[in-house]
Write a protein of this length. Structure first.
Length: 326
């Protein structure tokens, strides 16, 4: 029997994470029992104290156990919790030593969506890969520079630490854990019952690139603004650095430090974001959009688009374009 501790954090936690996670493991037990097999999950809602926690002032949930009562567990699951990220981590500091102690005893730990902020607060993710909601990527990197944030992945799995991308991609991590502990057959059954795409591995198609401007480097900000207003033109790193009156090597270093992208990567992201918006409208062909955002080579455009979105331009257009009336 695998003991699972689903944390009930302080603050505005995601009830959808809590309920869906509990139900998926419970459903696996039910399916096993129908086959005459023993259940394999013992799932508990664990808090720092046994009192009801409210979410948005509308719903409440009561932990069944406290961390003091759980001497040893096999898997800890941290749900998303909303609000100011630093305040979220601070108000849940009581979980940190317990999570580290349980991990030291052999427990595995999974974070769902922005629950990654609490997991990263333990220091266990330092030097390791981590996924979280793409909207929180900039704040996460600022708070946890030692963690290797992979903001395009839906799931990471490293040394008994699991993380998931944004929002309902947490369901994909739950499926992943069901498969790991109960087998592929049970994961497929869960995916059918809960109608989850079991093969989805990337959150890239959902990312909306808005530029990383939460910094104070004035020259880099000016360069970002220039790129965003002239992305259709041929922009070179050397010419951009000269325009900002900064040496090329210094400019490249400062740009990467401020935005977490090279100049070329930033330009590519701006072009692809503009292309995505045009493809979503469904009024132009892929080639027309390609030329409009400043590409002349269809292979280069396709490769860059797929690298950033994990989809080809044509597939993206088919998936997201507005329906055209017949």
């Amino acid at each position: 029997m695998k003991h699972i501790s689903i944390l009930v954090p302080e603050g505005d936690s995601s009830l959808s994470n809590l309920e869906a996670t509990f139900k998926m493991f419970h459903m696996t037990n039910t399916a096993l029992q129908r086959e005459g097999k023993a259940p394999i999950f013992e799932t508990h809602l664990v808090g720092t104290q046994k009192k009801a926690r409210s979410s948005n002032g509308l719903f409440s949930i009561t932990p069944s156990s406290t961390i003091e009562e759980v001497d040893q567990t096999d898997l800890i699951i941290i749900p998303a919790i909303h609000g100011n990220y630093k305040e979220v981590v601070s108000m849940n500091n009581a979980f940190i030593p317990w999570i580290k102690e349980q991990y030291g005893k052999g427990a595995e730990v999974a974070s769902l969506c922005i629950g990654a902020f609490i997991l990263a607060g333990t220091g266990l993710l330092d030097g390791k890969e981590c996924a979280t909601h793409w909207l929180a990527a900039a704040e996460f990197r600022e708070m946890y520079p030692k963690v290797n944030l992979i903001d395009d992945k839906i799931i990471t799995d490293e040394n008994g630490l699991y993380t998931s991308g944004g929002a309902y991609s947490s369901l994909n991590l739950n499926l992943y854990l069901v498969e790991k502990f109960a087998g592929r057959e049970m994961a497929i059954l869960s995916s059918k019952i809960f109608e989850i795409d079991i093969s989805r591995i990337s959150q890239s198609p959902f990312i909306i690139f808005k530029g990383q401007k939460a910094h104070t480097d004035k020259e880099v900000l000016k360069a970002q603004e220039y790129i965003e207003h002239h992305f259709q033109d041929k922009i070179t790193v050397g010419a951009l650095a000269k325009q900002m009156a900064v040496g090329r090597r210094t400019f490249e270093r400062r740009f990467k430090k401020a935005t977490s992208n090279t100049v070329i990567e930033y330009l590519q992201r701006v072009k692809v974001e503009a292309a995505k918006k045009e493809l979503e409208k469904g009024r132009k062909t892929v080639n027309e959009v390609m030329y409009e955002v400043g590409y002349n080579d269809s292979k280069a455009f396709r490769d860059t688009f797929k690298k950033i979105t994990d989809m080809t331009p044509l597939d993206y257009s088919k998936k997201y374009r507005r329906n055209v009336p017949v």
